[in-house]
Design a protein around this ligand. Structure first.
Ligand SMILES: C[S@@+](CC[C@H](N)C(=O)[O-])C[C@H]1O[C@@H](n2cnc3c(N)ncnc32)[C@H](O)[C@@H]1O
Length: 229
């Protein structure tokens, strides 16, 4: 690594969202042991600009869970580079398995707090798209400040998108949907491309969980914003 590259690396200082361990399958455990090196990136050691050896557009998925949408997006858009950030280890293992099974080479994974990484490691205007699917709704009023959609985080997302870049969000919790609409619409740097709720993004597959919800009459609300130039 060159000296100038080393200088530009910003080491994420704090982890606001605590790493979550959980029950893991044997396959996920094996994936974490054998595939981490191939797909996972240590933000303290590498610059975002050096993650891929091409200049393709870069998309980010925040809190990818088990990685179903990430793998789907990667297969749908081989012309894009994708970065997934998650703190849930079994989910990271599950995504690594999918990447290996589907031979998807256009994804890198970071284990860490998305907010800290965006603030300290992702340069302004670096991203063509941010996907935030079914973020934790924190339904109790006293926990609302933990939501990952807040005025300041939305400003952070907007600043990391390049002009014309897209912010996609989806939630299945109606009060959160109303909050997202109010909060993101209020950001002067983002334009609501649907004028209200949007159609489901192509890169968001319908999971079994969502299909069951739809059968039970539950709603899902999608959002599509564009970074103003
Ligand atoms: C409700 S789950 C949704 C997972 C997935 N997007 C889906 O649609 O199934 C929310 C996920 O976001 C992750 N998460 C929450 N806050 C995060 C943060 N600050 N940085 C990275 N991941 C985060 C959680 O670990 C969890 O896996």
């Amino acid at each position: 690594m060159s000296e100038s590259t080393t200088e530009k690396i910003i080491e994420p200082r704090r982890q606001v969202y605590v790493r979550r361990r959980g029950r893991m399958t044997k396959g996920q455990e094996r994936a974490l042991e054998t595939l981490r090196e191939a797909y996972c990136v240590d933000a303290a050691k590498v610059r975002l600009a050096d993650l891929f050896d091409n200049d393709n557009d870069l998309g980010l998925e925040i809190g990818f869970g088990m990685g179903h949408a990430t793998a789907h997006w990667a297969a749908l858009r081989p012309d894009m580079n994708l970065l997934g950030i998650e703190v849930y280890e079994p989910g990271i293992g599950a995504l690594l398995l999918s990447l290996e099974e589907q031979s998807l080479a256009n994804v890198r994974v970071i284990e860490g707090d998305a907010r800290v990484l965006l603030e300290e490691w992702v340069p302004e205007g670096a991203l063509a798209q941010i996907n935030l699917f079914f973020p934790d709704p924190w339904p109790k009023k006293r926990h609302a400040s933990r939501r990952i959609v807040q005025h300041d985080t939305v400003e952070l997302y907007a600043s990391r998108l390049r002009p014309g870049g897209t912010l996609r969000i989806a939630t299945d919790w109606e009060p959160y949907a109303q909050w997202i609409l109010e909060c993101v619409d209020a950001n002067p740097n983002l334009q609501n491309m649907a004028g209200g709720y949007a159609e489901r993004a192509e890169e968001r597959p319908v999971t079994n969980f969502e299909a069951r919800g739809i059968r039970l009459g539950h709603g899902v609300w999608d959002f599509c914003y564009e970074r103003r130039g």
